[in-house]
Write a protein that binds this ligand. Structure first.
Ligand code: GLU
Length: 489
């Protein structure tokens, strides 16, 4: 629902200082979904005013990760658009203009306090045992003309906003409702730094205004910045956008999800073999729900029902088990051709080249179809498919112990004889042969299936046995059973 009277324009505004954390990815995703659900615009703004922490590689990875997730932006860095530039470092003149206006309107002032003085003020506040209220407004009454004189004399300043000395700053958060801050707890925030770069607060407000942002949707670690932004909008004479602060993501055991919990960035999860569809689906449900029981959803389905109303104000727990399960679900939904490509790419690394000679696409596709429902990661595909091409080098110890028990040798002999007679090795034909052995020799199917499965595949689990045997082929199946016979009793 668009409760703004303006067209929907939302943004993802990362500071390229490190990897794209799942929290950041979720922020980008919610903005993307909200824009797409409402025919709005999703734009990407690079907040690179902190030059000390700026990291070129992080920026490149960020673009890559967002694109990998399929969160393409309509406007912004690398994409262009009418309201750019979209790099804050290229907008310094715009910020300077607004600061000039604030100074002239007496809404801001130059502060000449040294770092040492600020540290002393802070230390004294801490020592007094009273609340640390920040800057003591020492320079608040220096007139603009006096300040200009001091600047001409070579002094250096920062520019601070004149925050009202009393009263409250109130804003409505679309997820959390009304939020009230006492102005006495907000100090006169710096808006322009000594190096003439804007602070995050100023740049964010100026850009959100000029880039016509209708909704600011961001992580709730920014909520304490919002009253400052609201005061800045007021001082600049602008209407503030709608604010939505997204609930924090907690690690399964509690605490904010971070690198020390293992994987925490989009890149980590990609390297582990998760599909982008999985991550998008999973992140969408971290703090939002579709209003029904659905869990496995495509991006298109998410777009169809995404709305801010169902974003929860309470924290969301990152459940890796669910993520794993979801990846399996998305593998089942993905196109066979994607899995086929992956199999073709990975197999040569796992099995000798000669065993792949003359293998048809149809056979590979069949293997994909047989294994698709059994894997949670694409990387599991080739290792699981290996026994279709090469005989197992060893047998799973537990499975072999259970399968190669007394009577298995005799059964294997009966099966070899039955299989040798077959003219076709289609799944149903193989199945028929097994059933016939059961009837003729009064055996249960289980007595036959287990030793043969372990002999042919080396493991006790896998796809339907008859299909498996058919894919391995008559000659090879018989050879593998014979090879395992010395282990049977
Ligand atoms: N640059 C901030 C960040 O890195 C953006 C915060 C905001 O969305 O206003 O998350």
């Amino acid at each position: 629902m668009n409760t703004s009277k303006n067209p929907i324009r939302v943004r993802f505004a990362p500071s390229p200082t490190g990897y794209l954390h799942v929290g950041g990815a979720r922020t980008a995703l919610y903005n993307y979904l909200f824009a797409k659900a409402n025919g709005g615009t999703f734009y990407l703004r690079v907040e690179d005013t902190d030059r000390k922490r700026f990291n070129e590689d992080a920026l490149r990875d960020l673009f890559r990760d967002l694109r990998w997730l399929g969160l393409d932006w309509d406007e912004g860095a690398e994409q262009g658009g009418e309201l750019g530039p979209y790099y804050q470092s290229e907008r310094l003149n715009i910020y300077a203009e607004e600061v000039k206006r604030l100074l002239e309107d007496d809404k801001a002032y130059h502060c000449f306090c040294s770092e040492e003085r600020l540290a002393e003020v802070r230390a004294a506040q801490e020592k007094s045992g009273q609340a640390v209220t920040g800057y003591d407004r020492h320079c608040r009454n220096i007139s603009l003309s006096e300040a200009q004189q001091r600047l001409e004399n070579g002094e250096k300043s920062v520019v601070r906003l004149k925050v009202p000395l009393d009263g409250t700053t109130v804003f409505h958060d679309q997820i959390r409702g009304e939020i009230v801050y006492q102005n006495t707890v907000l100090d006169d925030l710096v808006i322009l730094k000594r190096d003439k770069f804007p602070t995050y607060h100023l740049a964010s407000v100026v850009d959100d205004y000029y880039m016509q942002t209708s909704h600011v949707m961001r992580g709730d670690e920014w909520i304490s910045s919002t009253p400052k932004h609201v005061l800045l909008y007021d001082a600049l004479g602008w209407e503030a956008p709608i604010f939505c602060h997204l609930p924090v993501i907690l690690a399964a055991g509690g605490g904010k999800l971070s690198k020390r919990h293992g994987a925490a960035s989009v890149g980590d999860f990609r390297d582990l073999g998760y599909l982008p569809e999985t991550l998008v689906n999973f992140l969408a449900l971290l703090g939002w729900n579709p209003g029904d029981e659905r869990e496995v959803m495509s991006k298109e389905e998410l777009i169809e029902c995404f709305s801010i109303d169902r974003i929860s104000p309470t924290s969301a727990a990152f459940d890796e088990k669910k993520l794993l399960w979801m990846n399996g679900q998305h593998i089942r939904l993905s196109d066979d051709s994607l899995l086929l490509e992956k199999l073709k790419e990975d197999l040569p690394e796992i099995v000798p080249e000669e065993s792949l000679e003359g293998v048809s696409n149809a056979k590979l596709l069949h293997i994909v179809q047989v294994l698709k429902s059994r894997i949670n990661f694409l990387n599991d595909l080739a290792p699981m498919a290996a026994y279709f091409f090469v005989a197992p080098q060893e047998y799973d110890e537990k499975a072999a112990k259970r399968a190669f028990r007394e009577g298995s040798l005799e059964v294997s002999e009966l099966i070899i004889n039955a299989l040798e007679e077959l003219d076709s090795f289609e799944t149903e034909v193989v199945e028929g042969a097994f059933k016939k052995v059961c009837e003729t020799h009064n055996r249960k199917l289980g007595q036959l299936v287990h030793p043969i499965r372990v002999a042919v595949s080396g493991t006790g689990v896998g796809p339907g046995l008859f299909e498996l045997l058919s894919l391995v082929g008559q000659k090879e199946v018989i050879a593998r059973i014979k090879k395992a016979q010395p282990l049977m009793q």
